[in-house]
Design a protein around this ligand. Sequence first.
Ligand SMILES: [Zn+2]
Length: 487
Amino acid sequence: MKIRSLLSVLVLPVVGLAAEPQDLVRFGETYRNHLVAMDTKPLTDVFAKHEETSLWQTEFWGKYMHSAVPLLKRFPNAELERHVRESAKAVMDAQLADGYIGNYRAANRAQGGWDVWGIKYTLMGLLYYHDLTHEERPLACAKRLADWLIGEVGPGGKRRIVKTGCYAGMASCSVLEPIVWLHRVTGEKRYLDFAAEIVREVGYDADGPRLVTQALQGVPVAKRGPWTGKWWSDCATNMMKAYEMMSCYQGMLEYCEVLEKTGAQADEVAKLRRAATMMAEDVLAHEINVIGGGGSVEFWFSGASKETKPHAHESETCVTITWMRLCEKLYRLTKDEKWLAAFRRSFFNVYLGAISPDAARFASYPSLNGKRTFFRSHCNMATDCCNQNGMRGFVSALDLGVIAGKTPDEVRAVVDPRGDWKTVRKDGHVAFLCGELVMSFVGEDSALPLELDHFDVKKENGRLVPFAAVGGRLYRTWMEVVCHPWD
Ligand SMILES: [Zn+2]
């Protein structure tokens, strides 16, 4: 990968160059062209067959619901509602007599591969649909599916959940989050018991990823397990997979909120929160790059100190969105502004930069060298993980008040109360300067803009420093950029 060298930093006044913020946020067109236009039938057709042994086709519908329902509630749309209702009915109709909803062969269920991970998203989808409609059926379906899962991998089940699925059990154990949601909705103890078992296995068990133990010992996320050099294919032992790891900590924080309400296990709550916070602080300090992305080939790799070099498959959009959700949760819990700043840095840069020019897709790897790639298909389907997760970043941004509007087309960035808001436009490209950093560039070719040498002048202690950290230049500096075509 060639990194072109650069030009000098231009210092231009922004006066007279202001752009409309919605040009940058692009929510309305993404809502229409990506979310409302999505054909959900392929996402649910997969539940009708039971031949799979290793892949993850069943995650896509739940990811869709993870943003479709919150956005439908906020911005009613008849076509979107029809898709949500029809797709939910198809999934509920696909439930087997024993409660299972998925596409794995009977002999392979809740074992290797991504079956439990898919069930996680199916549970989320059903609970979102219950939340939207208040109908009994989706809740009953979710309970039967969870009960089936408990029989397989719950307390007293056939096998331990941490020994199933990919990445040292982290993919399967991330089902923790919707299991906690299910307990919250039903109040039933067996779901809380299942959640406690998952936390024990993924957090402490000697042969699991030890997410609590390792975090509290200060083990960096990039050093969590043996490095075998096999990346994706090292499914059994690799403990550095960013998306799955953060998803487990997210579930732990949900679990803590439930425990806290009961007043039980205050020491455990404090310990889990400390572990999640220490992990996130490590990610923020050592993994998140200057545009708010992280990871190479979807794994933590101490990437922040290596951001001036190109890396394979940088900054997976699933990682970005999961990171943004974790920042949102930590900000709500702690009111520590650093999490909101981290959220804004990712949202206004790498996240918005992942949206395709026609606002119909999300790229999978919007990398720092300006090249963006997206999967054309996953599991022989016409979508992929990042594309299906895509809209969820907007949900968090709306919930946090980072963007706001009464209709999709009115949604725009909210001016930071600290007054750090400017936009500039130059040669068809828009630079967005906000908060502690920030720059998201969208133009007609809508590519990420970075020329890495550009940052050398701001390198300190081996790290690239966000503009705000160099003090006083933020509003007076505009960077010359070269945009790469969408590819
Ligand atoms: Zn992805």
